[in-house]
Write a protein that binds this ligand. Structure first.
Ligand code: MF3
Ligand code: CO
Ligand code: CO
Length: 272
């Protein structure tokens, strides 16, 4: 593994080479392809560990590596966060019920590059309030992505997300953030989903990172359960999250984890 090429900024952020974009695109595509297969399997009565088993099969079939198995002792190929679980939900024997909303987060390593993405899914009928939460969270990620271009700052990304979410009277989680990635899973910077314009590090071509806003219907505070992973909203309000891995280009950004089937949002591709 060649970690010596390229440059590290004063903020500790790696500047990747042009050729590295292809590696990230390949890794991001595999993660997104796997997420594309899950929608039809999410239904009332299904357990989250059955979904995780299916993802494991797909990872194995493609001959790629799970970034999460063995990561800080984590034992699953996905995180599955249902309803008021904010993130890092552990797949288990609990069955989904009608109207549950869930985030599924998958990170794979392909030829040494990390592709990290997550989306929302719905079991059965989507309640109106949950639909609004999911839409706002999705659109918040897109507002963040629109702020990615050389010369803008990470504060600009956070500000774009925060102002959009709060204008909808929802809240942005502060306790978890996006992260640099590339040939490593989690690297500088912390990508905050809130902030002030013009603050934090300046974006440069060749930076790779995730944007993964978590949005709550209620208050932003979270707590981690006794399993040391599962983060939930303190007020038990519903939470949603979407995540893309992106790279800064000369003029804007490349999204590495776009859905090849156009299924990033849970209502896309659904029969009316
Ligand atoms: N994929 C998650 C992220 O977006 C990290 C999961 S780490 C795990 O950064 F160990 F919980 F799987
Ligand atoms: Co991530
Ligand atoms: Co992730």
């Amino acid at each position: 593994m060649d970690e010596t090429r390229g440059r590290i900024t004063r903020d500790g952020i790696r500047i990747h080479e042009d050729a590295d974009f292809a590696g990230m695109a390949a890794a991001g595509r595999v993660a997104a392809e796997i997420l594309d297969l899950i929608g039809p399997r999410v239904a009332p009565g299904v357990t989250t560990e059955a979904l995780d088993d299916f993802i494991m099969q797909e990872v194995t079939r493609r001959g790629v590596i799970s970034a999460t198995i063995g990561y800080k002792g984590y034992r699953h190929v996905s995180c599955i966060s249902v309803n008021h679980v904010v993130c890092h939900g552990i797949p288990g024997p609990k069955t989904l019920k009608d109207g549950d909303i869930l985030n599924i987060d998958v990170t794979v390593i392909v030829d040494g590059w990390f592709g990290d993405t997550s989306r929302m899914y719905v079991a059965g009928d989507l309640p109106r309030k949950s639909e609004r939460l999911i839409q706002v969270t999705h659109d918040a990620l897109m507002k963040g992505i629109e702020a990615v271009r050389p010369g803008n700052t990470f504060g600009d990304i956070g500000h774009a997300i925060q102002t959009y979410v709060e204008a909808q009277r929802m809240s942005v989680v502060r306790d978890f953030c996006g992260h640099g990635l590339g040939r490593v899973f989690h690297a500088p910077p912390n990508v905050l989903h809130y902030g002030r314009p013009g603050t934090a590090a300046v974006l440069e071509e060749g930076m790779f990172f995730t944007i993964e806003p978590m949005v709550n219907l209620g208050r932003p505070e979270t707590k981690v359960l006794a399993d040391d992973w599962t983060a939930v909203t303190r007020d038990k309000s519903l939470s949603a999250q979407f995540e893309h891995s992106v790279g800064v280009t000369a003029t804007g950004c490349e999204v590495f984890t776009l859905s090849p089937a156009g299924l990033f949002h849970p209502t896309w591709g659904r029969a009316e």
